[in-house]
Design a protein around this ligand. Structure first.
Ligand code: MRU
Length: 357
């Protein structure tokens, strides 16, 4: 694993203005991503079931962001529980934590954040409420620091003057701030390495068209939107040198689950000699899952495919299949970038060397 770059040339605050999750001290405010880009509105959650419902409904979305939201959900659940110490609290909080965990199945960050909350609870005494509040705060601030670090590491792989294609939304909206793949792109633009950013629209939920395009505009970066179906043709023109995507779960052999459509981008990239980068914090690495075929791929309501912006576009009375993630085999990935460093040509041995297990 290599780590040879520095943060020095990036003005992070200039490129990091959006916060999707705000803890007020007694409530959780979530920027409602169902309404962006036309309405910028926070919803307020005052109990953990509201947080679980918001995660399920994609009010808050993106692997790191749902982990952070779930951690704050535990803090909200704690208000309904009396306990003398952390062990007792853990038992009483277990049903609420299970409901948070069940809100979405694919991104490991959700289970990872809840496991972290469970661990500190088990080790705490009468001060367990303060301990879990500090932990939720730490999960969020560590994510922001990880994103800034991996932004610099990933950008260093990209040659000046490059074009990049990204998929879904992996920016501030999907994290505590700055973003994973979009953090790499922000850092690459800041350093003059990236001249042109293409964003795939990401059917059916349009995370690319609605969220990534809007986020980049806030930074003064003008993205070019492409239909998902245009990606292979775009690569054939020579306009992009890297595909840069995020991840929802990276397995012990490097296989990576990410937004549906990522796998076909990786296949097209390999065919066209375009490099393929996955950027994700180490909280997305799941060394307990051996390979991608073991990942639970979320399937959502087929109705998401029938309409755009509430207007029906599909023929009446048809069936649809709506898996919302896919798995890119590790052999198609040129680099996995985490805050711990860069893994080139990831496989089981390289992953074990980086993450143990
Ligand atoms: O269904 P979503 O919008 O939660 O899916 C999000 C993605 O697939 C992202 O690429 C991934 O979570 C990484 S976000 C930093």
């Amino acid at each position: 694993m290599s780590d040879t770059t520095s943060h020095d040339s990036i003005d992070f605050d200039r490129y990091d203005r959006i916060r999707p999750i705000r803890w007020t001290g007694d409530a959780l405010e979530l920027l409602d991503q169902r309404k962006l880009p036309f309405t910028v509105e926070y919803v307020t959650c005052t109990d953990s079931d509201a947080v679980a419902a918001a995660i399920h409904a994609l009010t808050v979305r993106g692997a790191p962001a749902i982990g952070i939201a779930a951690a704050w959900g535990v803090v909200l659940a704690a208000r309904t529980v009396d306990a003398d110490d952390g062990t007792q609290a853990a038992t009483r909080l277990a049903p609420a934590m299970q409901r948070l965990n069940d809100a979405r199945p694919t991104a490991v960050n959700l289970a990872w954040a809840l496991a972290r909350m469970r661990r500190v609870l088990a080790a705490s005494g009468a001060d367990w409420r303060e301990v879990i509040t500090r932990e939720a705060d730490a999960i969020a601030s560590e994510d922001l620091a990880a994103n800034r670090r991996m932004g610099a590491l990933g950008a260093a792989l990209i040659a000046p003057g490059s074009g990049v294609l990204t998929h879904c939304n992996t920016g501030s909206l999907a994290t505590a701030g700055f973003g994973t793949a979009l953090g790499v792109i922000r850092a690459g633009v800041a350093q003059g390495r990236i001249d042109k950013v293409y964003a795939g629209e990401t059917r059916p939920w349009l995370q690319g068209a609605r969220l990534t395009a809007w986020e980049l505009q806030q930074d003064g970066i003008a993205p070019t939107l492409v239909a998902d179906a245009a990606a292979a043709h775009l690569m054939s023109t020579g306009a992009v040198q890297w595909v840069v995507v995020g991840a929802d779960r990276i397995c012990a052999n490097g296989d990576t689950a990410n937004k549906i459509g990522t796998y076909q981008l990786a296949i097209a990239a390999r065919h066209h000699g375009v490099k393929f980068m996955v950027a994700a914090p180490s909280s997305t690495v799941d060394m307990d899952t051996a390979s991608g075929d073991l990942i639970h791929i979320e399937e959502r309501d087929p109705g998401e495919l029938f309409a755009v912006g509430g207007v029906r576009t599909a023929a009446a009375e048809i069936d649809a299949w709506n898996p919302v993630f896919d798995v890119t085999p590790h052999a198609l990935i040129d680099a996995i970038v985490t805050e711990r460093g860069v893994i080139e040509r990831p496989d089981g041995a390289a992953m074990r060397a980086a993450f143990g297990g």
